[in-house]
Design a protein around this ligand. Structure first.
Ligand SMILES: [Zn+2]
Ligand SMILES: [Zn+2]
Length: 397
């Protein structure tokens, strides 16, 4: 594999910007990041034209794109979605399940396994594992997912998913019967364990934490607050997921920074309270990413619930609530930079190194450091994606 040297760039490191940097990659790995001009042949130099070089983005919560949903259960759908997200700077992806039948979830796992095994650079973002997200949601917090595909966790069902060896992130609503056993099993499998689509109280979160839960999906979306816990459990008013996450240093979370789900003050608040090491940017994007406005299915093509894309965001029928995002990680990075006081290295960290650390892959990817995969993105000064490299191989955008 050829040697690549990036020049005329500002490198975005986890803790600072390095201007006039030279980044050398060889055999798919980064070999040096420095301000000293290395000995290079002109032919192998990539001119960054004064833009930024960022580590490739890592998306831990994503449903699909460019017409495909991972739950379509077809290997071609997996490739289409992974390529679509690579065009937006995502180089590592965790395909995410929705609610659905066990057969649909197994079909998704099989399709992901097939594509992962192909190890084809032009398949797009690398698959680092699956996020088992649906079906173990609380009935009153199903959100835009198909309610028929929601259920309570049983060991027989989830053990079969874990047996695939693919599940690296595991979600379950903490108040469901069997949730603690689910978390214990996920902990044995060394997953990032998360509570989502849940109306859990603080004591339920505390029990989940004891069993290994450390993360909450899309903060403020489909999660409990004091008022929602009061309507479920009555008085006295009780702590919710929100207080538990903000009050517990070891808890991490994620935001959908598309500019439609959360106002700037909520993005700023999440950043101030959790900081760049415990807050991730996720796309939560669905199949309408890069497609024109219209009606689409969320989840499997045959029976997923319908939603409407207006070209900016997904809406549940009747436009009373949102139904996940339709933009890529580059958009989230620009929005977070614009809407919050986070510095550019902090914003990029939340889209790369932080999700890598939480999912246990930071040894291999997530930052511009010698020894890591040459998963890098050339950005313009306006943070628009110009070129994307995965393992040193340039993606056709
Ligand atoms: Zn969700
Ligand atoms: Zn989602």
């Amino acid at each position: 594999m050829q040697r690549l040297t990036f020049s005329n760039i500002t490198a975005i490191l986890p803790d600072r910007l390095m201007e006039d940097a030279w980044v050398v990659c060889e055999k798919g790995k980064i070999v040096s990041v420095s301000r000293k001009r290395p000995k290079v042949e002109a032919a192998e130099v990539i001119d960054g034209r004064g833009g930024y070089l960022a580590p490739g983005f890592i998306d831990i919560h994503v449903h699909g794109g460019d017409g495909a949903d991972f739950m379509d259960g077809k290997s071609e759908a997996v490739r289409v979605a992974c390529r679509a997200h690579a065009r937006h700077g995502t180089t590592t992806i965790f395909p995410t399940t929705t609610t659905g039948s066990p057969e649909q979830i197994h079909a998704m796992l099989d399709a992901v396994k097939t594509v992962q095994a192909e190890k084809q650079a032009q398949n797009g973002a690398r698959i680092a594992g699956v996020h088992l997200y649906g079906p173990f949601f609380a009935e009153d917090k199903v959100g835009c997912h198909s309610a028929a595909g929601r259920r309570e966790p049983t060991a027989v069902e989830y053990r079969a998913y874990f047996e695939s060896g693919l599940v690296r992130i595991a979600t379950c609503a903490a108040e469901l019967p069997g949730a603690v056993e689910f978390y214990r099993e996920a902990k044995k499998r060394r997953c990032l364990i998360t509570c989502g689509h849940s109306n859990a109280s603080w004591p339920e979160m505390a029990a989940a934490f004891k069993a290994g839960m450390r993360h909450v999906d899309h903060f403020w979306c489909a999660m409990s607050n004091v008022a929602s816990v009061r309507s479920r459990l009555g008085v006295p008013m009780r702590g919710s997921m929100l207080e538990f996450v903000l009050g517990t240093a070891d808890m991490s979370t994620e935001v959908i920074a598309d500019g439609c789900h959360l106002a700037p003050e909520l993005l700023e608040f999440a950043f101030r309270l959790k900081g760049p090491r415990k807050l991730c940017l996720v796309t939560d994007a669905n199949r309408a990413l890069d497609l024109p406005p219209g009606n689409y299915r969320f989840g499997a093509a045959e029976d997923g619930s319908w939603f409407e894309s207006d070209g900016r965001v997904g809406w549940a029928p009747g436009r009373t609530s949102l139904a996940s995002s339709i933009v890529g990680m580059d958009h989230m990075v620009r929005q977070m930079k614009r809407d919050t006081s986070a510095t550019l290295p902090e914003v990029v960290r939340m889209a790369s190194l932080t999700p890598a650390e939480l999912t246990g892959i930071a040894k291999h990817t997530g930052s511009l450091e010698a020894g890591k995969n040459a998963d890098v993105v050339l950005l313009s000064r306006k943070l628009e994606v110009r070129r994307v490299f995965i393992g040193g191989v340039e993606m056709a955008l």
